[in-house]
Ligand binder design. Structure first.
Ligand SMILES: [Zn+2]
Ligand SMILES: [Zn+2]
Length: 249
């Protein structure tokens, strides 16, 4: 399925006007701002604040501005403490995700970082982490793709938030199967013990608030395992920063 998706996305993106430098990733217009997201799409798709669980960022049915925790997080609190998400993983945002991950359109990453930063600003009382790190890719997937999309987003986000980036904070101990190919029940098992913190980095996280960056959060199994790993090594708090959140818990 993935290879057909990749094939689809490469051919689809090859036809898009967004291959032009600084054309909008969503509508193809160039508004002269030099950004890959035009002002109109920014206002239309990312200015509106969707009420989300402050822990896992799933959408909740409460008026905007009310900060609350969803029933699932209350029943079974995850290892992370908070999640910031810029949008739902649905059209047209999925186009940006697929363009970066499978189309190799690295110029989308600063756009994604920018809207994540905007979403962060919407949380008045949210504490800023002391450092940021991407969810690491396994070696074989990194070799195949040539870049880690989470790191591509984390770099500009680090600059925008003024938080230092530790690109190699975490390591994957083994290559895991792609989460998107697995049933939700199998995902936690698939990533169990997948991550570690190399010894020289342990002092960086002990007693500190760590921010973890990824492109998409689906069940949260990967981010939960990352947070559990960080806390096992002494992190005091973990906040996730993701571009898109699926509505499925
Ligand atoms: Zn646009
Ligand atoms: Zn939640």
């Amino acid at each position: 399925m993935l290879s057909s998706l990749r094939h689809w996305s490469r051919s689809a993106f090859a036809r898009l006007p967004s291959l032009l430098p600084s054309a909008c990733a969503l509508c193809g217009a160039a508004d002269g701002s030099g950004s890959n997201l035009c002002g109109a799409c920014h206002r239309h798709f990312y200015a509106m604040k969707t009420p989300r669980c402050r822990c896992c960022a799933t959408t909740v049915l409460t008026p905007a501005g009310m900060d609350q925790v969803c029933g699932e997080c209350l029943r079974q609190p995850p290892s992370f403490d908070a999640t910031v998400a810029a949008c739902d993983y649905s059209a047209p945002h999925d186009r940006v995700v697929l363009g970066l991950k499978f189309g190799g359109l690295l110029e989308y990453a600063p756009v994604m970082a920018d809207v994540v930063r905007n979403a962060m600003i919407g949380h008045d009382d949210m504490a800023l982490p002391a450092l940021l790190a991407p969810v690491p890719l396994g070696n074989s997937r990194l070799a195949e793709r040539g870049f880690n999309q989470a790191l591509e987003i984390a770099r500009p986000l680090s600059r925008l938030l003024g938080i230092p980036l530790q690109a190699q904070l975490l390591q994957r101990q083994r290559d895991t199967r792609s989460q998107s190919l697995l049933h939700p029940d199998e995902r936690q098992k698939n990533v169990r013990s997948a991550f570690t913190v190399p010894a020289p980095n342990i002092d960086l996280i002990r007693g500190r608030h760590v921010g973890i960056v990824d492109d998409v959060m689906t069940t949260g199994a990967t981010l939960n395992e990352v947070a559990a790993t960080l806390k096992r090594f002494g992190a005091s708090r973990v906040t996730n920063f993701v571009f898109a959140r699926t509505s499925q818990h």
